[in-house]
Design a binder for this molecule. Structure first.
Ligand SMILES: C[S@@+](CC[C@H](N)C(=O)[O-])C[C@H]1O[C@@H](n2cnc3c(N)ncnc32)[C@H](O)[C@@H]1O
Length: 218
């Protein structure tokens, strides 16, 4: 989606994607990645996700990237974190303790900033892009993740013609075609979550699969 779409969503607080608790897949699978304590973890398109608090509690330094300044400010304010802001090239760096969020476009985030990461976490980032832009995002993500770095990817899949995204459907086939050239891909779990998603039920979407993958950069 274009930046204006997301800026408007944050301005109007139409942020149905934001979860009021830490993502259960993150809690269930993060330790399986076996990352070193205190390694840096990259969270692309981070919004104001509480998942960043969980990662910081696991003694990681969190490096988020988020387009919208309100989202970033709300993350720190909602979590009672006093933050500092400084200009960092064309991004604005907001930081408090172990959480550093680069506010700006993921497509222009300098690769230097992520060269020390030991892990990454993509929830509702890949699925935020329509098909054409998703491929560009996959390439940008791969460029930002150094070789051998592991992460979790959480996706949704459903018959795309039954509902207009975002979130957009991302199938296992799409992942094989577009991510497997860059990452070793392992499906950890896939569950039908239709019953928990009234928007999809109301639109008579027949099924809705949430999947979690372990990705390791080749
Ligand atoms: C569907 S939300 C997911 C947020 C977060 N991952 C979560 O789980 O709550 C997608 C987020 O990506 C941000 N975004 C969209 N385009 C972006 C871009 N080009 N660079 C950085 N962030 C972007 C949006 O502002 C929005 O907060």
């Amino acid at each position: 989606m274009e930046p204006s779409f997301w800026h408007e969503k944050w301005q109007l607080q139409q942020i149905g994607f934001h979860q009021q608790q830490v993502n259960p897949f993150l809690v269930k699978y993060w330790s399986q990645l076996d990352l070193a304590e205190q390694s840096d973890v990259f969270v692309p398109l981070c919004g104001k996700s509480l998942d960043m608090c969980y990662l910081a509690e696991q003694r990681h330094r969190v490096l988020g990237c988020e387009l919208n300044p309100l989202a970033v400010e709300h993350f720190f304010i909602d979590n009672d974190l006093a933050y500092q802001v400084e200009q960092c090239g064309e991004h604005c760096l907001y930081r408090a303790g172990e959480v550093h969020i680069y506010q700006g476009d993921i497509f222009t985030l300098p690769q230097d900033l992520t060269k020390t990461i030991g892990g990454f976490y993509d929830r509702a980032a890949l699925i935020a892009w329509p098909e054409a832009m998703r491929q560009q995002y996959a390439v940008a993500l791969a460029q930002l993740i150094p070789a051998n770095v592991t992460g979790l990817l959480i996706t949704l899949d459903y018959p795309q013609d039954s509902l207009q995204g975002p979130p957009f459907a991302v199938s296992p086939d799409w992942i094989q075609t577009h991510l497997a050239p860059y990452f070793d891909v392992e499906l950890l779990e896939c569950v039908d979550v239709l019953a928990d998603n009234p928007r999809f039920v109301n639109k008579q979407v027949p099924w809705l699969n949430e999947a979690v993958y372990k990705l390791t950069r080749k």
